[in-house]
Design a protein around this ligand. Structure first.
Ligand code: ACM
Length: 555
C-alpha cells in the first residue's frame, strides 16, 4: 500500500480514499508531543504551505498527536480516516516523531521541500492505518568530520536526513590524525593548531596528487550545543568520539608533550596531511591521562547524558550517555621503543604493549563509569579484557561483536565489509576514488546485523547497527552525499524494518519504493549516486583509490 522507506511493520488501506490536508486543517498536540507539533508546522507546514493552526481535539479536519502507553517507546500508529482526519499515536514522543516522518512520506516529494512549489496544489494522505515499530534500538550513522571537516550546517542537514530515515544515533568522529574538530576551552591549541592542515593528499595514500589548499575547521562549544539540541529535538542521540590512544597526531601536533617524546621529536610534528595508520600515538603517561580527563570533562557537559531532557524536550533519550573513546588501530612501535612506556609496563606488572593499551582504555572506562557514563569503543578495546558496562563497535567484521556479545557486552554492528559507505558501490571505472569491496545498494539491503553464531540471549546484546562514513576521499558534502545515498535508505530499512533473512528479502519491492524515494531525495537536494552511475561531475577521473577485488570476506 505504501512507498514508505523504511518499510513499516503493517499497513492497511483503502486505495481509492484519502484524507485531504488544506489551509483549514488544524494541528492538535497532546501534552508531551510538542516537539513533533513544532516539527510538523516548521517542516511539513512550510513545505506545503499549510498553516496547521492550533485546533481542537475533536476537529474532524485535523492532524492529532498523542501518546499511547500501550505501544513500545518508539512505536507509532498512524490512522488516516476520511471524515476524521489523521491521528498519530506514539509509545513516547519519539514514536510520535517517527509517525510524523511517515506522514511526510505519504504526502509525496513536495513535502520534502522548504517552501511550496505548487501553492494551489491539493494535498491528501491515503486512507489507512500504519502500525510500526523499529527492529533495533541503535540505528546509527558515523560521520568522520576529522579527515574532511563538515561545516555545522552540513551536520544539521545530515541530522534531518537521518530523521527522515528514522535513524537515531549520530556517532560523531571528532578527532583523528588529520584534524581536531571541537573547541576545548582549557586546551585552545587543540583547535588553533590541530584543526587545520596545510595540504591534503587527493585520493588514496598511493595517489601522487596533492591539494595544496589548507583544509580545516572546527565546531565551537556553542555549535556543539546547537547540534546536540537539534538532534535531541529529532530524537537523535549524538555520541561523540575522541579517538585515543592512536589516531592522535593532530592532538600531538598541538601539544607535543602528549606524544612519545623519548622516541620522536614530537615538536616537529604537524597535523597529518596523509592517510593510513599513523605511528605517532599518545604516550601512556599520567600527564596524558590528566590532559584527556580535562578534555572529557568539557565534553561531558557539551554532550549531556540525557540530552533530550536537558535540551528542554521530553522524550526517549536512549543513547546519549554513551561516550566513544576510539581505541582502534594503535600501532605499538613507539611504546616498544620508549623507555618511559616500558617503565610504565614494568610498574604496572603488565605483560606487554597490548596490555598497556588495555590499561589505558580501562582507565577511561572507569573514569567515565564514575561519572555515570558508558564507554563504547572500536572492537580492539576487547583485547586484554574489558570492564563490564562498556560496549563495542564491531568494525573488523562480525568477530569482535560476536566475542563481545558472548562476553556479555553490548554491541553495535558495523562491519567494514558490509556497511562502510566509503567502500565503492559499483565496479565500474567511473566510480569516484574507488575504495574497498563493491557494496551495492542490494548488498547493503541484504546486510544482516545479527550473526547466526549468537544464541538468543547473546543476540540481545546487539543494540543495533550503524553505517560508517570515513571521509578520506570525500572532500566535500557532495562526495559524502554520493557515497551515503542511496545506500543509507537500504541501511535504514535493515535497521528499522522487520526484514526476513537476507536471501529472502524482497529487493524488487524495495527497488519499487526507491523510485518514490529518489523523488524525495531530489526534493531534499541530496546528491545521491543515480542507479545508472555517476554524473560527470561526480566522477574523479585519474584519482587513485584502493579497490579490493572479489566478494568481501563474509565473516
Ligand atoms: C576503523 O575503521 N578504524 C574503526
Amino acid at each position: 500500500m505504501t512507498d514508505v522507506i523504511p518499510a513499516p511493520r503493517a499497513a492497511a488501506g483503502s486505495p481509492d480514499r484519502a484524507v485531504p490536508l488544506d489551509r483549514g486543517t488544524t494541528l492538535w498536540a497532546a501534552e508531551g508531543t510538542g516537539g513533533t507539533e513544532r516539527w510538523l508546522r516548521g517542516t511539513l507546514g512550510a513545505a506545503l504551505g499549510l498553516p496547521l493552526a492550533p485546533g481542537a481535539e475533536d476537529d474532524p479536519d485535523s492532524v492529532r498527536l498523542r501518546l499511547d502507553d500501550t505501544l513500545e517507546p518508539e512505536a507509532y500508529r498512524l490512522a488516516a480516516v476520511p471524515g476524521r482526519g489523521v491521528e498519530i499515536r506514539g509509545g513516547s514522543p519519539a514514536g510520535v516523531f517517527w509517525g510524523a516522518q511517515t506522514l511526510r512520506q505519504l504526502l509525496g516529494p513536495d513535502a520534502f521541500r522548504r517552501a511550496p512549489v505548487r501553492p494551489d496544489a491539493a494535498h491528501a494522505v491515503p486512507a489507512g492505518v500504519i502500525e510500526d515499530a523499529p527492529r533495533f534500538r541503535w540505528r546509527g550513522l558515523m560521520l568522520d568530520v576529522a579527515r574532511h571537516f563538515m561545516p555545522k550546517d552540513g551536520v544539521l542537514r545530515y541530522l534531518d536526513l537521518m530523521a527522515a530515515h528514522k535513524l537515531n544515533v549520530l556517532h560523531f568522529h571528532l578527532t583523528d590524525d588529520q584534524g581536531w574538530r571541537v573547541e576545548i576551552k582549557r586546551c585552545p591549541r587543540l583547535t588553533e593548531v590541530g584543526s587545520w592542515r596545510a595540504r591534503t593528499r587527493f585520493g588514496h595514500r598511493a595517489s601522487p596528487l596533492w591539494d595544496d589548499k589548507p583544509h580545516g575547521g572546527h565546531y565551537t562549544q556553542d555549535d556543539i550545543r546547537e547540534i546536540v539540541a537539534y538532534a535531541a529535538e529529532r530524537h537523535i542521540a549524538v555520541v561523540p568520539e575522541i579517538d585515543v590512544p592512536g589516531h592522535s597526531q593532530a592532538a600531538i601536533a598541538a601539544y607535543p608533550e602528549l606524544g612519545n617524546t623519548d622516541v620522536v621529536d614530537t615538536s616537529a610534528l604537524t597535523v597529518w596531511d596523509d592517510w593510513g595508520v599513523n605511528p605517532n600515538v599518545l604516550a601512556p603517561t599520567d600527564a596524558t591521562l590528566r590532559f584527556y580527563e580535562g578534555v572529557f570533562e568539557e565534553l561531558l557537559e557539551l554532550f549531556p547524558a540525557d540530552a533530550v531532557a536537558s535540551t528542554g524536550s521530553a522524550g526517549f533519550a536512549a543513547f546519549s550517555s554513551f561516550f566513544h573513546i576510539g581505541g582502534d588501530e594503535c600501532p605499538k612501535e613507539q611504546w616498544r621503543a620508549s623507555p618511559a612506556a616500558q617503565t610504565r609496563i614494568a610498574e604496572l606488572g603488565l605483560a606487554d604493549e597490548d596490555a598497556l593499551q588495555s590499561w589505558f582504555i580501562g582507565h577511561f572506562d572507569a573514569w567515565l563509569a564514575a561519572r555515570g557514563r558508558r564507554m563504547i569503543g572500536w572492537d580492539e578495546i576487547l583485547e586484554g579484557g574489558l570492564a563490564s558496562g562498556a560496549a563495542v563497535s564491531s568494525w573488523r567484521g562480525y568477530a569482535g561483536g560476536i566475542a563481545a556479545a558472548r562476553a556479555g557486552h553490548d554491541v553495535v554492528m558495523c562491519p567494514e565489509q558490509q556497511v562502510y559507505l566509503d567502500h565503492r558501490q559499483a565496479p565500474g571505472e567511473d566510480e569516484p576514488v574507488p575504495i574497498g569491496y563493491v557494496r551495492t545498494l542490494e548488498d547493503v539491503y541484504r546486510f544482516e546485523p545479527v550473526p547466526p553464531e549468537l544464541d538468543e540471549a547473546q543476540a540481545r546484546h546487539v543494540l543495533g547497527t550503524q553505517a560508517n562514513v570515513w571521509t578520506e576521499v570525500m572532500e566535500d558534502q557532495a562526495r559524502v552525499d554520493y557515497q551515503v545515498f542511496p545506500r543509507l535508505a537500504a541501511f535504514a530499512e535493515v535497521a528499522w524494518s522487520a526484514l526476513p533473512a537476507p536471501a529472502e528479502r524482497d529487493f524488487a519491492d524495495f527497488g519499487r519504493r526507491m523510485t518514490a524515494h529518489y523523488g524525495r531525495l531530489d526534493a531534499l537536494g541530496v546528491g545521491y549516486r543515480p542507479p545508472t552511475g555517476p554524473r560527470p561531475w561526480q566522477r574523479r577521473p585519474g584519482v587513485l583509490g584502493r579497490p579490493l577485488e572479489g566478494p568481501p570476506p563474509s565473516r
